[in-house]
Write a protein that binds this ligand. Structure first.
Ligand SMILES: [Zn+2]
Length: 647
């Protein structure tokens, strides 16, 4: 998720994620509610038609034909959305619900306790229930901040437009989906097209699991980019939609890098768990930004000019590699607590430091191996991640695992006091932990084994259509122990329990050190920070004064125990002037430099609600920006890690 490098205020909206395939019968958590199921024939498909012609005004009209038997019936709307890992199904945005049978309107009633359940009685003689509903998409349901559609673009996540019988497993419910597109729009999806005529498209029947795992994007400006050579299987396609034709232009070097990305994943994992793969890529400044992984596609959105602007290209370079890696880590191999039988069963997020954390390690790694990032750009991104986590004072009270378990309550919390509260730290700290694991395996096995071997063993296996293989912490440790048998046995369980279960003042930097590098700070700008600041218009003084501040002076966060915190500053206040001069980033930078040779504090004039007050910040160490510096006495293990596996 781009989120990590965008300032925290913009972080939460970025990376959502995934869906549910389950091993049928694997989990018996669900208590099948016989009453509901008895009234629906699961053998027959539910017909779902979505009229998308009103997408430009952000309303999708759906009509469902649900085979049913007379009697009481409860239908549910998906609540726990895969990849979001939380009860984020957009129930509040559901409107226009009407139910009928045999041509007569039926009264329905929402459950008083479960907002996602609807009760209705199917009349005698009826064999089918017809349901109309509208999904209001002013907030996309893929976890992004903005709308799902705009004048020229739409993103359809099917969970927003379906109801299904309460208690059913999503593998057991079949859907026959179809759409009407706005005139002349083209689309991309991993679903198989059965029939297309003008703007009407019918898809081959699929399970509810596959339907929700197969979003559709469409647009007036669309481009299909082939990422596999003719004749090669499985086929990899990038479906790109943008607000204008010009924003679809991909540079030849980016195209070559994305083709190499496909090859690199083949070499890394040794198997593919999909029949075909679609990168559904939306480029827009209007619709919501997100990345949501699926087995056979990813639904990712970046800024409109990403393919044209070098700074945006840099910032979004690891978005598609991250979401693509999830096809193996997250979709195929999934923590048992996230492999639920349907969308009403709660999820347990404890192992998200593997699901998201390992993916956050593999995404940038694959970006570097594919050439989307240079090794130097990779190191700048890693330095920034390490520095941020090393200034997370909340790590003194909150273990990493608690940030994973708390995904339900943390994701939408925003930036204020985030360094003390902690956010979705299992993403970036997971990256540091898995780098440490990789560098440790390489050291222990004298360069003969690496995390690549673990990935082949854990995520590889046999190629074929999507399936889910759940795992536990013990399964993970066992697989790590098997990576380098014969080599002195390393206590992976203790290392990982310590990393995720204990509190610590400092971030785990062992991977960087074992990699032959160290984290340093100097007054030279960090390349990634610079690009983010240009995009988001904020300035990061986290590693010096202890805050980041928006263009208009708003403090997004103030780090507990930093010089700014000691002076009494807090997020929500607004910086007006520095040493008597109106605030701008260059003015504050100049004041930082001047304070290095002076004993006088930096005077910040700050607005807090209706009051204005001056704060004296005692800080004299100048501007500090994170970078990695080579330790020449140690081998460059990180350099080895970044080498491509294919040529
Ligand atoms: Zn992810």
């Amino acid at each position: 998720m781009l989120s990590r490098r965008i300032c925290s205020a913009h972080r939460t909206a970025r990376r959502g994620e995934s869906l549910i395939y389950l091993l049928s019968g694997f989990f018996l958590l669900v208590s099948l509610q016989g009453l509901s199921l008895a009234q629906v024939s699961l053998a027959q498909a539910i017909h779902l038609h979505v009229d998308l012609t009103d997408a430009p005004r952000n309303i999708y009209h759906a009509r469902l034909r649900i085979p049913a038997k007379p009697g009481a019936l409860t239908l549910v709307y998906p609540k726990w959305i895969p990849g979001n890992h939380r009860p984020s199904g957009p129930i509040g945005a559901l409107a226009g619900i009407e139910m009928e049978a045999q041509g007569h309107s039926l009264a329905w009633e929402r459950d008083p306790l479960d907002m996602y359940a609807f009760h209705v009685t199917v009349p005698a003689g009826a064999e089918e229930l017809q349901v109309s509903l509208d999904a209001i998409t002013t907030h996309d349901s893929a976890g992004g901040g903005g709308p799902a559609a705009s004048s020229n673009i739409l993103d359809l996540n099917w969970n927003a437009v379906v109801l299904y019988p309460q208690g059913a497993k999503s593998d057991a419910v079949e859907f026959s989906p179809s759409v009407t597109l706005p005139a002349n729009w083209k689309f991309g999806t991993a679903l198989t097209t059965a029939r297309a005529s003008g703007d009407e498209v019918d898809f081959a029947p699929v399970s509810l699991t596959t339907l929700i795992d197969s979003p559709l994007i469409a647009g007036l400006f669309y481009r299909r980019i082939e990422l596999t050579k003719p004749g090669e299987t499985p086929v990899h396609v990038m479906d790109v939609v943008a607000d204008s034709e010009g924003e679809l232009a991909m540079k030849p070097e980016d195209l070559a890098a994305y083709q190499k990305l496909v090859a690199e994943t083949g070499a890394l994992f040794g198997a593919r768990h999909y029949r075909q793969y679609h990168f559904l890529y939306t480029l827009s400044d209007v619709t919501g930004g997100h990345g949501l992984e699926h087995h056979e596609s990813n639904d990712s959105a970046a800024s409109g000019r990403t393919l044209l602007d070098p700074d945006l290209d840099l910032l979004f370079a690891d978005l598609l590699p991250h979401e693509f890696a999830h096809s193996w880590n997250g979709k195929y191999r999934r923590p048992a607590g996230l492999a639920t039988p349907n969308y009403q069963e709660p999820m347990v997020g404890d192992l998200l430091w593997v699901y998201e954390g390992l993916t956050e390690y593999l995404g940038p790694l694959l970006a570097a191996r594919s050439g989307l990032w240079s090794p130097e750009q990779y190191r700048e991104a890693l330095a920034r991640t390490a520095a941020d986590l090393d200034h997370r004072t909340g790590r003194n009270w909150r273990p990493l695992e608690d940030t994973a378990r708390s995904v339900q309550i943390l994701r939408m919390m925003g930036s204020q006091w985030e360094s003390w509260r902690r956010g979705l730290d299992y993403y970036p700290e997971g990256e540091l932990i898995w780098l440490e694991v990789d560098a440790t395996i390489r050291q222990q096995a004298h360069g003969q084994r690496s995390l690549d071997d673990f990935c082949r063993r854990f995520h590889g296996g046999e190629s074929g259509p999507p399936k889910v293989v759940p795992y536990t912490f013990d399964d993970l440790v066992r697989a790590l122990n098997e990576v380098a048998p014969g080599v002195h046995k390393f206590d992976w369980a203790s290392l990982l329990r310590e990393r995720v279960g204990a509190t610590s003042t400092h971030a785990p930097l062992g991977g960087i050190e074992r990699g032959g590098w160290k984290l340093v700070y100097n007054d030279q700008p960090n390349a990634l920070t610079q690009a983010v600041e240009k995009l988001v218009k904020f300035t990061n003084f986290s590693y010096s004064l202890g805050f980041n501040v928006g263009e208009n002076g708003d403090f997004y966060d103030v780090i507990v125990d930093s010089p700014a915190y000691a002076a009494g500053l807090g997020p929500g206040m607004k910086l007006m002037a520095v040493n008597g001069r109106k605030y701008s980033p260059p003015v504050l930078r100049a004041a930082l430099k001047a304070a290095q040779g002076s004993a006088a504090p930096i005077e910040l004039l700050v607005e807090n609600g209706q009051y204005i007050k001056s704060y004296a910040v005692n800080y004299h160490d100048g501007d500090r920006n994170p970078h990695l510096e080579r330790v020449s006495s140690e081998p460059d293990v990180l350099g080895e890690i970044l080498k491509p596996l294919t040529h």
